[in-house]
Ligand binder design. Structure first.
Ligand code: SF4
Length: 476
């Protein structure tokens, strides 16, 4: 139903489809279930190709050539939303006014609004909130134009979201929710012969394609770029700025920048904060080696090792042909994938007291298996460090932990979790240290603190709907 994804949009490029395809490959870590591209030239119809699978498997040279036009949008889909079939693949589009939309986030009041719109006669083809956002936008756009359409979305829909879109023959657009929870960046690339603009979920997708004037969209900001490259921007509805703190720790690529902060540097600072905590509270710990759980926690593990003066080694090797465990659609698939995912290097581990650093602990499944794996391969002691504080509350904004019952820290103390996963010591990041390492004035930390930046009415219905989606996927 919701989608935590990667989105990209471009206008003014003679190679729009190729650029969109390259962006999909650079944002593939944000969703591996499906990918899609919609393009338009300045007079034509939307050309759309969307399929389940990885971008490299979906698109060929010929299919990219067939996606004609100088403007377009692309979408990487995260596999937890809806029932996971082709109808859920984005971009979504309307036939009547040629609008395509690619959406990233979660709409909390989706089931309520969907039921209301169905009563009024609207037919939905999917169980994705991106489709609902498209219809709310499209209806208002026909009557009142672009900025009023964004305002209609921001007034009606509660949640955390970013969207990019294309209006056939007219231009591209992008907007964020009033709190700016989900990321979206804007870039310009220019030389004498060609200027293009693009929007992306991650800065790396822009900078790698030569976009050099890059900024984050503000919370509640909407931007429209017409076919003659006229840029209009307006903050249509702004509340307190609350970018997702989990993006810095886990979701965004380490080579990206978000809200002006290097993800890599933030993760190094997380490591320094954890090292200080270890020095202060557990100076007696005997640690022979620090290893990361690849790949996300590498910068943190390296800076912990340096700060503590302990060797850093690669003790676990990732099977590159298996996707991120966390974004597998069901617990069963996650568990099976995990068995094949990490392989230990015995000479690094055997006979040692191992400090293993992971980005976060959600359900505890991964941590338990890692601790066991390290013991199986001869670790004397296993100390587990998490660069994110205990996740005690569900995320209502698109990250895949909507169900509090699944969260190991939702009902257990740190001592109980330590016992459950079998670690000799479990050390979590402190919330204040996390905020300091990220270095922004304000962020969303609702999954840690329970303080949600938006209204949460209808959250229960949304969580129940999500559970039904999971079960449906699990029984496929
Ligand atoms: S609840 Fe947590 S994961 Fe969800 S948007 Fe807020 S910080 Fe990010």
């Amino acid at each position: 139903m919701s989608d935590l994804c990667g989105v990209f949009a471009v206008i003014g490029s003679s190679q729009a489809a190729a650029e969109l395809y390259i962006a999909l490959t650079h944002q593939q870590h944000r969703g591996q279930d499906a990918a899609g591209i919609a393009t338009s030239n300045s007079s034509g119809k939307l050309n759309i190709l969307r399929e389940k699978g990885l971008a490299v498997d979906i698109f060929t040279e010929d299919s990219i050539k067939a996606l004609d036009g100088c403007m377009g949008i692309a979408h990487n889909r995260y596999p937890t939303a809806g029932y996971g079939d082709i109808k859920e693949c984005q971009p979504f589009f309307t036939d009547n006014n040629g609008i395509g939309i690619a959406f990233n986030g979660n709409i909390i009041n989706y089931p309520f609004l969907k039921a209301q719109m169905e009563k009024e006669g609207r037919t939905f083809i999917s169980n994705s909130d991106g489709e609902l956002l498209l219809y709310v936008f499209s209806d208002a756009y026909t009557e009142k134009g672009f900025f009023q359409a964004v305002r209609a979305v921001q007034e009606k829909l509660t949640g955390g979201y970013s969207a990019v879109g294309v209006i056939e023959g007219k231009g591209i657009f992008a907007f964020k929710d009033p709190n700016g929870i989900r990321p979206l960046l804007f870039g310009k690339r220019g030389n004498k012969s060609e200027t293009s603009y693009a929007f992306a979920s991650e800065s790396i997708a822009l900078s790698i394609e030569g976009y050099n004037q890059i900024r984050d969209l503000k919370n509640g900001e909407a931007v429209f770029i017409d076919k003659n490259l006229g840029v209009q921007s307006e903050t249509t509805m702004a509340k307190q700025h609350k970018p997702c703190v989990f993006e810095f720790v886990y979701f965004s690529a380490v080579e990206s920048k978000l809200e002006g902060k290097s993800i890599y540097e933030v993760r190094r600072r997380l490591g320094q904060a954890l090292a200080s905590k270890v020095r202060k509270h557990w100076p007696e710990l005997e640690i022979d080696v620090v290893i990361p759980v690849p790949d996300t926690s590498r910068p943190a593990a390296d800076s912990i090792a340096k700060s503590l003066g302990i060797p850093y080694e690669e003790g676990l090797v990732k099977n590159r042909y298996i996707g991120r465990t966390f974004i597998m659609p069901t617990q069963k698939i996650r568990e099976n994938a995990l068995k094949l995912k990490l392989k230990p290097i015995e000479s690094v581990i055997r006979g040692k007291n191992v400090m293993v650093v992971d980005d976060s602990i959600v359900r505890g499944t991964t941590s338990k298996r890692i601790v066991q794996l390290l013991r199986d391969f001869g670790a004397k002691k296993v100390y587990l460090l998490s660069t994110f504080p205990p996740i005690r509350n569900p995320c209502l904004y698109g990250i895949d932990f909507t169900n509090e019952k699944e969260l190991i820290a939702g009902s257990k103390t740190i001592a109980e979790i330590e016992r459950e996963i079998g670690a000799d010591k479990l050390i979590y990041m402190d919330t204040e240290d996390l905020k300091e390492a990220v270095g922004l004035e304000s962020t969303c930390t609702a999954c840690i603190t329970g303080e949600y930046p938006t209204e949460t009415g209808h959250a229960k219905e949304m969580q129940e709907q999500r559970q039904r989606d999971y079960q449906k996927i699990a029984t496929r």
